[in-house]
Design a protein around this ligand. Structure first.
Ligand SMILES: [Zn+2]
Length: 340
């Protein structure tokens, strides 16, 4: 009897500890000598920083202001432009840093006046563009810049707040970002040594040319649910609960291209060429039509590209990389939504 009580208590404590860690989602961001020589914590409003795929995302406006930058949002191209002013004698360390950085850029013709530094960060795109902007004697703008590969993505949450990846959006300007996991705190500072990218080239018409953001391939972007992100979720379950059609709670199994899983089919799917782990699922076509997209709770978006004799009603077989993963993930039950 005593043993049982101890076990129950231990289980309770474990549950409480875990939920406390989960709910204690308090990320802070400290600016170390950015807009003044002091250390300042960024004051966020009702929307706080969140984590998605272990990366910190911050509300764009609050973050830009704390970094001494301006931010504008270009709706047609769904691009955020962060603007950093330069000022060799500015009282803001960040503007003195920016002046040093732009002085290291070789303008295409002599006599150009440095103006500012901008970063164009497109929603849900892995590629941003950094530009060092100059003006000639006629008042025309000429930019020198390059593309910048983002590690994390920029998202919109459901109240319309744009969330920038903290690290990417600061490192693109050459700023230093540190992270303390125990304190859940990020630190942004001006680097001791100023460097600029070495693969830059002239961008004609200040960005309307080569790297101009386009409206091509624009699609409706998913809004991520703030509360779900704060609870450690992927931010999508709520979104699809609202827009998708609930199909039910499905039995989820996993398969890979190996002989055991896929027999003579190898890498091939029934309807969409090769198996793509992260996208391909096998379905029962009487329940989910071939090539339709579904949202699977805890997995995200998947496409019905495959089928098989063993797939029953309310059953989805999810393609994964290898057989080890198949064995590890086993069988689970998840809510599934059909996406229009
Ligand atoms: Zn396998």
């Amino acid at each position: 009897m005593k043993k049982t009580i101890t076990a129950v208590c231990a289980a309770l404590i474990l549950t409480l500890t875990c939920s406390a860690v989960y709910a204690d989602y308090d990320i802070s961001v400290r600016m170390d000598g950015i807009t003044s020589d002091e250390q300042q914590y960024v004051q966020f409003g009702s929307i706080k920083p969140v984590q998605l795929d272990s990366r910190t995302l911050v509300p764009a406006r609050a973050m830009a202001e704390a970094a001494g930058m301006e931010v504008v949002w270009d709706q047609p191209t769904q691009t955020a432009i962060l603007l950093l002013k330069i000022g060799l004698y500015s009282e803001k360390p960040i503007e003195r840093y920016a002046a040093k950085a732009i002085s290291m850029v070789n303008p295409p013709t002599p006599g150009l006046v440095p103006v500012d530094i901008t970063a164009a960060i497109k929603l849900d795109s892995p590629t941003a563009v950094i530009r060092y902007n100059f003006r000639d004697s006629e008042g025309d703008y000429i930019a020198v810049g390059c593309e910048y590969e983002m590690v994390s993505k920029t998202i919109l949450i459901d109240d319309g707040t744009l969330m920038l990846p903290l690290r990417d959006s600061m490192e693109i300007f050459g700023l230093t970002v540190g992270w303390n996991q125990d304190e859940m705190c990020a630190y942004v500072s001006v680097p001791e040594t100023v460097t600029v990218p070495d693969n830059m080239r002239v961008i004609q018409n200040n960005g309307e040319g080569e790297f101009a953001p386009t409206e091509e391939n624009l699609r409706e972007y998913t809004s991520y649910n703030y509360q779900d992100l704060m609870n450690g979720g992927d931010g999508l379950a709520y979104a699809y609960e609202n827009t998708g059609t609930y199909l039910g709670n499905f039995r989820i199994t996993h398969y890979c291209p190996c002989e055991i899983c896929n027999g003579g089919w190898g890498n091939g799917t029934a309807w969409a060429g090769e198996i793509t782990p992260g996208r391909t699922i096998g379905v029962n076509p009487n329940v989910i039509a071939p090539l339709s997209w579904v949202y699977i709770e805890g997995y995200g978006l998947r496409r019905a590209e495959d089928t098989g004799g063993g797939i029953g009603t309310n059953h989805i077989d999810i393609a994964v990389e290898d057989h080890e993963t198949v064995m590890r993930l086993g069988t689970v039950y998840r809510d599934v939504y059909l996406i229009e």
